[in-house]
Write a protein that binds this ligand. Structure first.
Ligand code: NAD
Length: 355
């Protein structure tokens, strides 16, 4: 029988398609803005400056100091540049790190925020900001954090290295998978989740074959948008919490951690809600979503072992302690022994169900 639900959409304006980066000036006009500060990481500074040249007078500068986990000191530096240049909005050109900086600025000064998204992390469509101060990562959720406009131009993703494409794509799939069993799931979020997973499942192997495949890059970005909307609209559970713990307390890289953990967190949770994960298992042509996700990730060359990222078994003890310290809802309640076993499997890179 159909379950009761509450649905509330919170999607920014989306401009999607090859070549749409050329529409940035029109979209600024649409927002009534004419003095944009472009943000990027040092890695994407050249592309950010190309965009600045294209924008001409409506761009007042480029700040290329964005960094992973949105350090507050970088935000303060960027805010100074924002006011020195008399900017009236920000354009984040990049992935989650750059978008985090744009959100941190908008959260503090209510600036309009246009995103040109170049990875599959999904941050551009959420009202969530994670930032770090004195080594502590905190998360805030506020309507002012949701960007106003997002431009998805698949041509800008051709340059995303294949290894990052794989882990970023699995990061997106993780949002959608957790959305399927969220307490506040609804028919729209579940449809978006399955459409997003299917698009990425088809696109990622094709991109490995040809990183510049226009159709595959377009499908992957489309899938990542849908998965990002799921992340932004329903609550996450064990998978995201444990990745947050590992990222925040052990400085593990974001998308790689998601890629490694996903089959294991799904194995943990699936036994409580097999019916909610059955569509994923069916898509992957298997009877368990967890093994299907493991085989898919392995097949596209994703990292599979936490131990390859410098984590020790003693760290696993501490990680499971931290994970248990702030209990949160999960379809299968958190059990310290089972969580520790799950982390061990992920550390070793074992296939779920193999021990
Ligand atoms: P990232 O933004 O850190 O990008 C990784 C590197 O790839 C950077 O050097 C970047 O410049 C480069 N890069 C990005 N796109 C490229 C492209 N098309 N071609 C070449 N190089 C490119 O990585 P990410 O995984 O997108 O973001 C991770 C961060 O985002 C983490 O801090 C995470 O916590 C945050 N995040 C936040 C949310 C949210 O809703 N708040 C959601 C997802 C991720």
């Amino acid at each position: 029988m159909r379950e009761p639900f509450i649905y509330k959409g919170t999607i920014p304006r989306i401009v999607f398609g090859a070549g749409t980066v050329a529409r940035v000036a029109d979209e600024l006009l649409n927002l009534g803005r004419q003095k944009a500060l472009i943000l990027s990481t040092p890695n994407q500074e050249t592309e950010a400056r190309t965009l600045a040249e294209r924008l001409g007078a409506v761009c007042v500068g480029v700040f290329s100091g964005a960094a992973m986990h949105t350090p507050v000191e970088v935000t303060l530096e960027a805010l100074q540049v924002f006011s020195d240049r008399g900017a009236d909005c920000v354009i984040s050109f990049g992935g989650g790190s750059t978008i985090g900086l744009g959100k941190a600025i908008a959260y503090r000064n209510d600036a309009h925020h246009l995103v040109v998204a170049t990875t599959y992390a999904g941050s551009e469509v959420t009202a969530i900001l994670g930032q770090t101060e004195n080594g502590v990562k905190t998360t805030v959720r506020d309507a002012s954090i949701l960007p106003e406009t997002v431009i998805y131009d698949p041509e800008l993703t051709y340059s995303l290295p294949v290894n990052m494409t794989v882990t970023s794509g699995l990061n997106a799939i993780a949002h959608a998978v957790e959305g399927l069993y969220a307490q506040d799931r609804n028919p729209i979020s579940s449809m978006m989740a399955m459409e997003g997973i299917a698009a990425l499942h088809a696109a990622l192997p094709a991109i490995i074959g040809d990183p510049g495949d226009p159709a595959a890059r377009t499908d992957a970005l489309y899938g990542s948008w849908l998965c990002g909307v799921v992340l932004g609209t329903v609550g996450m559970a064990l998978h995201h919490k444990i990745c947050h713990t590992l990222g925040g307390s052990f400085d593990l890289p974001h998308s790689e951690t998601h890629a490694i953990l996903l089959p294991h967190t799904v194995a943990y949770t699936e036994e409580a809600v097999p019916h909610l994960l059955a569509p994923v298992a069916a898509l992957l042509r298997t009877d368990r979503a967890a093994t299907g996700l493991y085989d898919f990730a392995f097949g596209i060359g994703a990292p599979t072992r936490l131990k390859d990222f410098g984590l020790t078994t003693r760290d696993l003890d501490r990680a499971s302690d931290i994970a248990m310290r702030n209990p949160y809802w999960n379809p299968r309640p958190l059990d310290p022994v089972a969580i520790r076993e799950m982390l061990q499997m992920a550390w070793e890179g074992a296939r779920p169900g193999s021990s």
